[in-house]
Design a protein around this ligand. Structure first.
Ligand SMILES: C[S@@+](CC[C@H](N)C(=O)[O-])C[C@H]1O[C@@H](n2cnc3c(N)ncnc32)[C@H](O)[C@@H]1O
Length: 219
């Protein structure tokens, strides 16, 4: 079986890669530090450091004006995307935790992007179902409860405008997706990955970024 020509990502190489990406700005850096010091037990939920610049790059590349995010946590991915929006662009982000998203609100205000971000505290599936059914979303980022990924996908895809970009995090589920006996959330991600692969409404690629990322373009 072909293994690709990937280079193992050592700590040194990872640091080198980060050193060649746009550096975190002071508010982004603060958010990483606050998350690790004040929420150490759940800090691993935060997107990996290379994902913020990647998401910002994708917002600029697609000239996205209307973004929907599922899974706010302490707000680093939302901050990165909101900072890359053109004037008049907006980001709707969904979460269920007032506690975790309070850090996000503070950071967005500090960064001067609070006016372009709407945070809805409610099960994301309810927030998505309440959105217009018209294709109006330019970019979506799914990074929340894994057992609802298929449901989020099926609410989002019809609402994406043609050419719109869906980005989905954790599609490797820590490598457990290759386990034939996977259960629980790993099995949910495996089902999701099959669902995307079979979905003729999109063109998709799965890439090895952090814990695996799927990028899909609405046809
Ligand atoms: C992996 S974290 C998101 C990380 C975030 N994107 C960042 O940049 O730090 C997942 C988030 O999904 C939220 N979540 C879990 N279940 C949810 C649900 N049913 N609806 C909305 N959000 C949910 C959690 O509260 C958590 O903050």
């Amino acid at each position: 079986m072909a293994k690709g020509n990937g280079t193992p990502l050592t700590d040194e190489l990872y640091a080198y890669m980060l050193g060649h990406n746009p550096p975190l700005d002071p508010v982004q850096r603060m958010l990483v530090e606050v998350t690790h010091t004040q929420l150490p037990l759940v800090a691993g939920k935060q997107v990996a450091e290379e994902q913020g610049p990647l998401l910002a790059f994708l917002v600029r590349l697609t000239a996205a004006r209307r973004i929907v995010e599922i899974g706010t946590f302490t707000g680093l991915s939302a901050l990165s995307m909101a900072q890359a929006l053109p004037p008049g662009g907006t980001l709707l982000t969904c979460d269920v935790s007032e506690e975790w998203t309070e850090h996000a609100r503070v950071a967005w205000a500090k960064a001067g992007v609070a006016d372009r971000i709407e945070l809805r505290i409610a099960p994301a599936i309810d927030t998505l179902r309440a959105l217009s059914a018209e294709p109006h979303i330019d970019m979506a980022f799914i990074d929340a409860d894994k057992d609802n990924y298929v449901a989020y996908w099926d609410e989002l895809v019809p609402r994406m405008r043609p050419g719109g970009l869906l980005v989905v995090d954790n599609v490797f589920f820590h490598g457990e997706v290759t386990d034939p006996g996977a259960t629980g959330l790993a099995a949910a991600i495996k089902d999701f990955n099959e669902h995307v692969k079979a979905d003729e409404r999109v063109d998709s690629v799965m890439v090895s970024v952090a814990d695996g990322l799927t990028l899909a373009r609405r046809r």
